[in-house]
Design a protein around this ligand. Structure first.
Ligand code: UDP
Length: 236
């Protein structure tokens, strides 16, 4: 499908129209931001790695019954996806305490939860993505009760499938963020990306961080961590 005008530029991706109003092309950038966009940088090669990893995982999820926006990988950085209206919720699933969970509740990182913790925040940069519950989301008209129930079911299934896929390559899935969208036809599908930008990955043996925390926290070897995740996923 032909790439037409740019519709949108986000922090990590650009979105282009195609000749079909039901499809758009996403193009992954090497740009990295953290802390509400106040920290900026470049992670060389990130765009291609995130594009290919997202697509690999979405194909797997799709095959296991989780509908996604994924349609076709066009090249290293670009993918054809179904056009959706994004549900303005960041859907976070946590298996182990880290990041904001640890800071907000005053606990250390690394506490293994008995069952996954699912949380929502309102996707709104001006308000700094405030945490909210189901009733808040419904009252604000962000999603219906049925959509939230469906999102919850999909998110937990994604967690189980990703945990197993990553465990097989020696990676512990600590937590991650998902976004869902609604297609023109009204189908609720998994959208956005699944990558070291949006997940916390710890090496199962050493605990080494293999995700964007290396950039956020200035830990060094940022590119190497993304490349290591790519090697684990493709075994080369
Ligand atoms: N996350 C994300 N985008 C956001 C906020 C969080 O992709 O705007 C991901 C993050 O990479 C981590 C998980 O969601 O894997 C949980 O993040 P947390 O709430 O701990 O916030 P963070 O410390 O990442 O800001």
């Amino acid at each position: 499908m032909e790439k037409r005008e740019q519709l949108y530029e986000g922090k990590a991706k650009k979105v282009f129209a195609t000749e079909d109003p039901n499809y758009v092309i996403v193009s992954y950038k090497d740009d990295a931001t953290a802390f509400d966009g106040t920290k900026k940088g470049t992670i060389v090669g990130k765009g291609a790695i995130n594009n290919r990893m997202t697509n690999l995982l979405m194909r797997k999820l799709e095959a296991q019954g989780v509908p996604t926006h994924y349609t076709e990988e066009l090249n290293d950085r670009e993918t054809l996806v179904k056009k959706v209206r994004i549900v303005p919720l960041e859907v976070i699933v946590r298996n182990i305490s880290a990041g904001h969970f640890a800071s907000r509740y005053g606990v250390s990182e690394g506490i293994v939860f008995e069952s996954p913790v699912l949380e929502f925040s309102y996707k709104n940069d001006e308000l700094h993505d405030p945490l909210l519950n189901d009733d808040h989301a419904i009252a604000l008209g962000l999603a219906t009760r049925d959509e939230i129930a469906q999102i919850r079911t999909y998110a937990l299934r994604v967690n189980e499938l990703l945990k197993d896929t990553l465990a097989a390559v020696g990676v512990t899935l600590v937590d991650f963020k998902l976004e869902f969208g609604k297609t023109e036809a009204g189908e609720l599908v998994l959208a956005d990306e699944i990558s070291p930008d949006t997940c916390r990955f710890w090496d199962s043996k050493t605990g080494e961080k293999l995700d964007k925390d290396r950039f956020r926290r200035d830990l060094g070897n940022v590119e190497e961590a993304y490349e290591e995740m790519s090697r684990r996923m493709w075994g080369s």
